[in-house]
Design a protein around this ligand. Structure first.
Ligand SMILES: [Fe+2]
Length: 318
């Protein structure tokens, strides 16, 4: 984990770049690189690997009392009345106001679109990732809720938005009566989604990271007149297609695992397919600004026992 400036608009400097290249396996020594063995140990503690059972200790409800009953599942796994779902979260005026206003505020300071489009896309992708890897239904639901809420902290400030967003989500979800063990996994995922200081701490977190970092697209650029002097706008505007695929079997996945020298069993291959208009931005600019995101995405894939690949214009880069 490098310690240099983490503002995505400022870049990472030479030392950060060298460390990033080392983590991507380009021949530089990196003492804290996670070994396959360590990764396997981490996976064995993965709370997302098993259904999340409700616990009796629940969040304080909207009036300060425990309200965990409303988030319980029936014995057959069917939704009990009051179960917190993405639909309920989306219906919250508080949530929608945070997302809308945060998006407006980010616009005033020059960031790309972070509105309902981004949150909805991330929610859908996070759920699809978990579903395709066979995770339990409730884990998939928690993944999409976490992804839908992951950027609400921008209402406070871009700096530290993952942390403030986690606290906001805690308040919102506890107010809805979600069991504390579910809230815990969601706020951990939100608090660890940013490449500045994030890490895939559970399966939900990994899915949120992969979904969030895959959303590179020209539709996120608010003002095309900025693309000549703003590299983030230029790279996003150059991205005309962004698709995240998950393959869970087949020779291509096994070959990818061999190439990545993964020693432990691999559950799948997660690939980000980008189409970049190089007349607008050279591919190198994508790497220049998104290298930390790629590293975090690779770690997230590993958390899900998967290999991460990046294809740009049909060519494989990772
Ligand atoms: Fe995001």
């Amino acid at each position: 984990m490098w310690q240099e400036s983490t503002d995505p608009r400022l870049g990472y400097g030479t030392a950060g770049f060298l460390q990033a290249m080392a983590e991507l396996g380009h021949g530089f020594f990196l003492p804290d690189k996670e070994s396959p063995v360590k990764a396997e140990e981490t996976r064995s503690r993965d709370v997302g690997a098993a259904p999340i059972a409700p616990v009796s200790g629940a969040c304080p409800g909207p009036n300060g009392g425990g309200s965990g009953e409303s988030g319980r599942l029936e014995a057959n796994g069917a939704a009990a009345p009051g179960r917190v779902t993405l639909e309920r979260v989306r219906a919250s005026e508080e949530v929608e106001h945070y997302i809308e206003r945060a998006n407006e505020i980010l616009g005033t300071v020059g960031y790309t679109e972070h509105g309902r489009r981004h949150h909805s896309l991330c929610a859908r992708r996070a759920r699809e990732i978990l579903e395709q890897l066979g995770r339990p239904q409730r884990v998939c639901e928690l993944g999409e809720i976490a992804a839908y809420l992951h950027d609400i902290g921008n209402i406070v400030n871009r700096n530290g938005h993952a942390h403030s967003g986690a606290l906001l989500a805690h308040s919102i979800l506890c107010g809805m009566g979600m069991p504390v063990n579910e809230v815990t996994e969601i706020i951990a995922a939100i608090g660890h989604h940013d490449e500045a200081d994030g890490f895939p701490v559970n399966a939900i977190s990994a899915a949120v990271i992969l979904a969030d970092k895959s959303d590179v697209h020209r539709s996120r650029v608010r003002e095309t007149s900025t693309i000549n002097f703003d590299i983030h706008d230029r790279v996003n505007y150059a991205a005309t297609r962004s698709v995240l695929s998950v393959e869970t079997r087949g020779s291509e996945m096994e070959q990818a695992a061999d190439e990545a020298e993964v020693k432990c069993p691999v559950a799948g291959l997660i690939t980000l397919h980008l189409t970049i208009d190089t007349s607008i931005s050279p591919v190198m600019e994508y790497f220049e600004i998104f290298l930390p995101r790629m590293i975090l995405s690779r770690r997230a894939a590993e958390k899900l026992s998967c290999v991460y690949k990046l294809q740009v214009n049909g060519a494989e880069f990772l």
